[in-house]
Structure formats: C-alpha cells, structure tokens
Design a protein around this ligand. Sequence first.
Ligand code: ATP
Ligand code: MG
Length: 461
Amino acid sequence: MNIENSTRTTEDLTLQIIPRQEHGISRRDISENALKVLYRLNKAGFDAYLVGGGVRDILLGKQPKDFDIATNATPEEIKDLFRNCRLIGRRFRLAHILFGRDVIEVATFRGHHEDAKPAPQAGNNKKQQPVSAQNQEGMLLRDNVYGSIDEDAERRDFTVNALYYNIDDYSISDYTNGVQDLEDRIIRLIGDPETRYREDPVRMLRAARFAAKLDMTIEERTAAPIKELSTLLRDIPAARLFEESLKLLQSGQGFATYELLREYNLFQQLFPIQSEHFTEDKNSDTEKMIAYILKATDKRIAKDMRVNPAFMYAAMLWYPMTTRAEEISITSGLSYYDAFMVAANDILDEQVKTIAIPRRHTTTVRDIWQQQLRFTRRTGKRAFKAMEHPKFRAAYDFLEMRSNFEGDDVSELAQWWNDFQHGDNTNRNKMVQQINDGSGSRRPRRRKPQQRRRKPQAKPS
Ligand code: ATP
Ligand code: MG
C-alpha cells in the first residue's frame, strides 16, 4: 500500500469518469426496481445515479443489501413522478419508492450549508422549515440544502460510498478517489474528520461497521479523532441508535464490529451497562456472553436464518441483570424472585435511555428472563404450563446457551427440559413424577417458620 496515498486528504480532488467498458458494473447486477426508478427519472429529464452501498458492493463483487439513488430532482418532483412514493425524514428528507416490501431510497443531491438556498416546497401556504440547522457541538439537526452532484459527493461519508453510477451513459463518476480506496481497502472519511464526526457522530459507528463488514482498514486520519469524540454519540436520539445497533450487530459481522467498536470506545457509549462489566482480559461472564451471542448471530445470518433482536439483547444484558438482582436481594431483603423482576425492569429502563429498544422487544426480553426462573419450578402442572408459553422456544434456547457459562445445575436443567419437550406424554409425566418425588424425599417441604417468641423486653424504668 502506498503510504503517501493513504494519508492524503480528500480536498481538491478532481473528478474521474470511468467509462462503461472500464468498470465491472453491469445492469444485471442492479435490481429491476432500482433500474425502473433510475430510468423513469432519466426519461423525465433528471440526472439519476446509483450511489452508496449499491455501487460499492457491486464493485467489490458482493450482493448489495439495498439500492440507493441520487438525483437532481427535488423530493416533490420525485413524488410527482411516482405513484408509489412516500416522502420521509425531517432531518434528512428523502423519497421512498415502494415496490411491495422492496424500498428504493431516492435522495436529492445535497449542497453546502454556507450557501443555503431554501428547498423548494410543494405549495406556498406551507410553513417553511429551516433547510439546515446545527447545534452547538456542530451537529447537523437538518440537512436539506440541495445542491449539485459534486457538492453531494463531498457531503457523503466515506470515499468508497461516494461513487455514482450514471444511468445515462453507464459510467462511474468518482469525485473523491473512491475507486482507488476500494482497491486499497481503505475507509476514508471525506473532508475534515473532526468536522464530519461533529456534524453526525453516527459516522463513527459507520466507519467501524464498514471496516468490519468489508474487511477494510480505517485510514489514520479517519480513525484518529474517534476515541475522543465518541461521547458525542450521547446526543444521538436513542431511536436512531436502536436502528444502528441492529445494523452493527445483526448484519453478519457482529462480532468483528463489536471488537472494533470496543477498541474505539464506541461500544461503551451505546452499551454503558455492559461496559461496567468489562475487564482487561475480556473474560467476564458478560464479555463471554456478548462474544458468544454475536458469533452465534453471525453464524445464523451466514445460514440465512432469522435473528431476533430481543434474544440478542436478552443475552447481552443477562449477567448485568442477574448481578443487579443479587445486589437488590441482599440490600433490600426482597426475595430473589422479586429482586429479579425489579432488576429486569431497572436494567431495561437504563438500556433504553441510550438505545430505544421498542416495547415489543423489551416485553420479549422480560419474558425470556422470567422463564429462566420458571424453568427451575417443575413440579405438578408447572412444567406442562411452561411449555405452553409463547416464548418457550426462545427461553429454552436461552437456558441452553446459559449452560455454556454457568455450572452443572444449569446444564442438568437444560438437559431435563430438552428431554421433557421431546418426550411423549407418558415420559413427561414420569419426569415430573420424579421431580415431585425427588423434591419430596430430598428436600422435605419446610413448614411455615414459626414465629419466634420474643423475649418480653424489660420495661424501661
Ligand atoms: P449499506 O450496505 O448498509 O446499505 P450504504 O453505504 O448503502 O451501506 P446507507 O445507510 O444505505 O449505507 O446510505 C446510503 C449512502 O448514503 C451511503 O453510502 C453514503 O453515501 C450516504 N450516507 C448515509 N449515511 C450517511 C451519513 N450519516 N453521512 C453522510 N453520508 C451518509
Ligand atoms: Mg444502502
């Protein structure tokens, strides 16, 4: 790798146009729906380019996750062209063209903020929104200044994400030397890194995500300010961070991404509760569990199997939660069961402050956890009841996972539940009978503790 090249800045670069016959993108690589959108814009007289991950991944020989389009048409003009179009986003307004479940994202070229021109609005009676806004940290609260394609290129995050495939002549426009960086496998932020991270701190997460996903190196200047600026992530709305957390941890390279995020002090911002349990040798129960669940998730994705955010969150928070439950039961005198439920709520309340896990998922996390307690109670009809719980399968898988880290008791319990769910009714009844007998003989039921008689206190004289 050429060192001089790797530390160059992205300012003052000249446009390189790579003609059709000199690059590897063919229309066959692009989805039918994305092509439809590109052609319709083009026919209506607008510029239309495939940009972002679509171009990047095809050039890398990978299947793109989605197709993003950039155009000089405004959102309103896009809406007029497509019946199946929704305009979305306030911070970053763009058009979604819907084809059933497939969504093609179409963004209008962004311009520089200094020469902000108001964005054209549909109708004149609408209250004009500011097109651009920044907070004191330099964070862009609104990025709806429209501009030309070369300005748009400068407003994108990384050079490898700023390649434009032109549907008009099938050439690629490269304003930031992205093709070279793609070949050298370098993630390089466009412009001044600190300014760009301040504008949008999520770019720090994206740097780690692309480096891990594409097996590339984060260029030195791009990497340098991350640790220091990592705390800016606290200003990002928790709902956006939930979406990002899934892209980071549930898109096939979760474990590698986690390791990078941790190295750059980014994971710690998103997951403060887990980070309290971090150790030098990465060997705490929490760390072992995080590594385990992320590797398991990566494997499932590689096999095209479904992954469940609730299961991942349940795992990542399990030891912080049980540790908290123990503390609560000691300090408050609550029963372990009650302390466990209090801890479950506390920990989830804390986690949603940074990452807004939607309620449907936190409910499942709580169910999975609560079932762990119920699994130990197998007498009478309890075991049969437990199996009817809608989250039984997830909860059982969770128990099995725990048996990798916890003692023989948990392994035996997991084995018992494995046998129980796969047994026929006669076997199941036998198994429960044994538990009933066992608990009868080995651990005689304690009688209600008798109230200790208090010694009559001497009356104060
Ligand atoms: P993926 O494979 O995850 O879809 P992607 O690069 O396509 O990767 P998207 O989130 O789909 O990522 O965004 C599309 C493009 O929009 C990016 O390639 C980049 O050019 C631009 N972009 C997205 N997010 C930002 C951001 N926060 N700042 C600047 N540019 C961005
Ligand atoms: Mg994309």
